[in-house]
Write a protein that binds this ligand. Structure first.
Ligand code: ATP
Length: 339
């Protein structure tokens, strides 16, 4: 937990992007949210937030897509400051500056990251004394991914993703994040998945995340697969497979590559068919695995090591299959106050 800052000192916070190592999506609940069973990882692609005392709540931005984002209550950073101030019974009088590097609406939870950073930074500035677990509870009111970005590392997310439990993980793993021009709306991607499932064009909930595993492991998992298919009729998300948990403890990235899965990928590709080219180019460049990140359109490549990641990023850029390619490692810490 961070120490309270001096009365007029600015607080600087660094906050990572999130990726989903596996994302199993169930059928929509009565409240409209889809139940999830996911494994998050925080990666070293960061937004930086500076917070200083001011006469009123103000937000300024620079960096990636900054000119397209709201600076009022439509911005999650402003909502986070207001929520914490209410909770602490203090006026939300801070000037927040966001330096955006995380691609917007890219399936990397950049907005949620900024909200997590503001919670952590304002708590330090106002001497709130919340530990990360307490801030994560508060964070759930702001969005499903916000609690994880307070905690960071590698963690399982259930509920609508807001119930977060750290998972033991080795690493570091080397990722390439291939950003796309223009975002994809997260609700639209979930809606597309529902449509594909209704049309029988995407596997049902539990079966989908295990499909690749079953294909790789063949008959050895035949009986497990039958069990999964039966469970799938209930449209609940499938629990995290032991194979992924074991891969996270292993130091062989090929194990993790074989365990990656994302139920939203067919929906993102249906809405943005060009993503298939990005994924194919990543595999052709030597990635151990290539997958859409969350709801997309960013794509992830898992590389064998740092040198491979740099090479894959250069190749994706050269082939023009992404708007930018970032190398990153994971897991890293969640929102952190910088000294
Ligand atoms: P998720 O997977 O959590 O939906 P995402 O990476 O697809 O996230 P974000 O970058 O978090 O998408 O942004 C989604 C939308 O949230 C944006 O289109 C924007 O209108 C809104 N938003 C509000 N505050 C922010 C912020 N600080 N940074 C980015 N987007 C924000």
């Amino acid at each position: 937990m961070a120490e309270p800052a001096g009365a007029n000192d600015p607080v600087r916070v660094r906050v990572p992007a999130k990726i989903n190592l596996r994302l199993s999506v169930g059928a929509p609940r009565a409240d409209g949210f889809h139940p999830l069973d996911t494994v998050y990882q925080a990666i070293s692609l960061y937004d930086e937030i500076t917070i200083r005392p001011a006469d009123r709540l103000r937000l300024t931005l620079d960096g990636v897509g900054a000119d397209t984002l709201p600076t009022d209550g439509g911005n999650l950073a402003v909502r986070a400051a207001t929520l914490l101030a209410d909770r602490l019974g203090v006026p939300p009088n801070v000037a927040i500056h966001l330096h955006k590097r995380i691609p917007l609406a890219g399936g990397l939870a950049g907005g949620s990251a900024d909200a997590a950073a503001v919670l952590v930074g304002c708590d330090a500035l106002w001497g709130g004394g919340h530990d990360p677990a307490a801030l994560a509870v508060l964070a759930a009111d702001l969005g499903s991914d916000v609690p994880f970005l307070v905690i960071g590392g590698t963690a399982r997310g259930t509920g609508r993703g807001e119930l977060v439990e750290p998972v033991p993980a080795a690493g570091p793993w080397h990722w390439v994040v291939a950003a796309a021009d223009g975002g994809l709306s997260t609700p639209r991607v979930y809606g597309q998945l529902d449509l594909l499932r209704a049309a029988g064009a995407a596997p049902p909930a539990a079966l989908a995340s295990e499909r690749d595993a079953a294909a790789s492991y063949g008959d050895a998992v035949g009986s497990a697969r039958d069990g999964i298919a039966a469970e799938a009729t209930g449209h609940t998300p499938s629990p995290v497979p032991d194979r992924l948990l074991a891969a996270l403890r292993s130091d062989d990235p090929a194990d993790l590559a074989a365990a990656l899965a994302n139920d939203l990928q067919p929906a993102s590709i249906a809405l943005r068919p060009a993503l298939r080219r990005t994924l194919d180019a990543g595999l052709a460049a030597g990635a151990l695995a290539a997958m859409v990140s969350g709801s997309g359109p960013s794509c992830l490549c898992l590389a064998a090591d740092a040198a491979d990641a740099a090479r894959i990023a250069a190749e994706l850029t050269e082939r023009g299959v992404c708007s930018a390619a970032h190398v990153a490692v994971g897991p890293v810490a969640g929102a952190t106050v910088l000294a």
